[in-house]
Design a protein around this ligand. Structure first.
Ligand code: NAD
Length: 379
């Protein structure tokens, strides 16, 4: 089978732009066939020095400080790794040029903007995926399988906390600026776990919430949200971005009538399973036959080795490359519909916190579309 190639332009060489550069490069080295080469054509980054450094490290062929001049006719895929307020304009330009879109989360600072981005991409019939990367963590896929196969019985509770410490950023980062970021901790961190709840258990239908901020004039630093999912399960989302004792702490626990499964980000490859009257047992998910077994090296021949965060990003990259190359039709990756729906939940959380009410999430209908693309081959 001959190799495929996807020509990529990207906006942003900050934290996540560097991660995507690394992950897109490494995605070439999977055992999955055909091999798909990420051709890193052009990197648009406002800081010219950073652009040069990152381009040299990951072998981007060209750089520009102006994303508006990307040579779209030479590209198959646009990665939007810029701050949230740049997602709409840059995605719109790429969609108009007929290029596939892979946009960072949250899809936009507000649900209105996120809906617009979804609507525009549907109108242009281009590939659209949103970078909710937890979907590519083997343990999260494993939990999803347990839930779908009924191993835990009827799901009654989804419990999450996502805590880290951005205090050194202070109010200097765009993340603390409501106009640029939209919501704070609940949009940045909470959106990941809201998407996991949707991916693993079900849609969020109702929320109530309290939020707190330690920075004058900034968006929320912390939030506690209670929610109901569409199967009736209750959910709790606890997020805090200025939690000095937590360098990076992400916990998810799902309870059902016949069992419970728990995961902690710092023990990426393990889940703890509880069954009635059997206590808890820890299961290592990257053993042979795990959800992404065979992606890298044959599982089990030399024992079962753990995977890391970078590899989970590469799982996501290979999936996006496969879609853009027309090699994949099925994908666990979040679409812009998912991106919009999470943004709608986040906006409803803020409304619930401001009003002190419990509010049903009012999702807008799918934009009318002649074609909703699954891959570049559909263009
Ligand atoms: N999926 C994840 O796990 C994950 C993790 C971190 C960040 N993110 C998301 O990725 C996006 C970027 O976050 P980040 O942490 O990389 O931020 P960052 O501040 O580290 O990087 C953003 C980069 O964009 C550049 N930039 C800003 N305006 C520009 C412009 N007009 N033209 C060109 N470049 C411009 C900045 O110079 C900066 O280098 C956000 O949407 C964020 O929520 C996702």
């Amino acid at each position: 089978m001959s190799d495929a190639r996807v020509r990529i332009g990207m906006l942003g060489a900050g934290f996540i732009g560097q991660m995507h550069s690394l992950a897109m490069r490494s995605a070439r080295y999977t055992r999955l066939q055909p091999a798909i080469e990420a051709d890193l054509v052009v990197l648009a980054e406002a800081d010219a020095g950073l652009a040069r450094e990152v381009a040299h490290r990951y072998q981007w062929r060209h750089t520009t400080t102006d994303w508006g001049v990307l040579p779209t006719h030479e590209l198959d895929l646009f990665i939007n790794a810029g701050p949230n307020h740049l997602h709409r304009a840059a995605c719109e330009a790429a969609a108009q040029a007929g290029i596939g879109l892979f946009c960072e989360k949250p899809l936009a600072p507000t649900a209105d903007e996120a809906y617009d981005i979804w609507r525009i991409t549907v109108r242009h019939g281009v590939l659209h995926r949103c970078a909710y990367m937890h979907r590519f963590i083997p343990a999260i896929q494993f939990m999803r399988r347990l839930v779908r196969e009924g191993e835990l019985g009827e799901i009654t509770n989804f419990r999450s906390s996502f805590l880290l410490d951005m205090s050194t950023d202070g109010a200097t980062s765009w993340r603390f600026d409501r106009a640029k970021a939209g919501a704070g901790a609940i949009g940045d961190l909470g959106s990941h776990h809201i998407d996991v709840a949707r991916f693993v258990v079900g849609e969020v239908v109702r929320v109530s919430a309290m939020v707190a901020s330690r920075h004058e004039g900034a968006n929320d630093d912390a939030a506690v949200v209670t929610a109901q999912l569409d199967n009736g399960a209750l959910a709790v989302f606890d997020v805090n971005r200025v939690s000095p004792a937590h360098d990076l702490s992400g916990r998810i626990e799902i309870d059902g009538t016949r069992g419970s499964v728990a995961w902690h980000m710092q023990r990426l490859n393990e889940v703890v399973i509880r069954k009635p009257r059997q206590g808890a047992r820890t299961e290592f998910v990257t053993r042979p036959e795990h959800p992404l077994e065979g992606f890298w090296l044959p599982g089990g021949i030399q024992g079962s080795h753990p995977l890391g965060w970078n590899e989970c990003f590469a799982h996501q990259s290979r999936d996006i490359l496969g879609l853009a190359a027309g090699q994949l039709t099925e994908s666990p990756a979040a679409t812009f519909e998912d991106g919009y729906r999470v943004a709608q939940v986040v906006d409803t959380v803020l409304e619930a916190a401001n009003t002190g009410r419990s509010i049903a999430v009012d999702y807008r209908p799918s934009p009318a579309a002649a074609t909703v693309s699954g891959s570049a081959a559909d263009r």
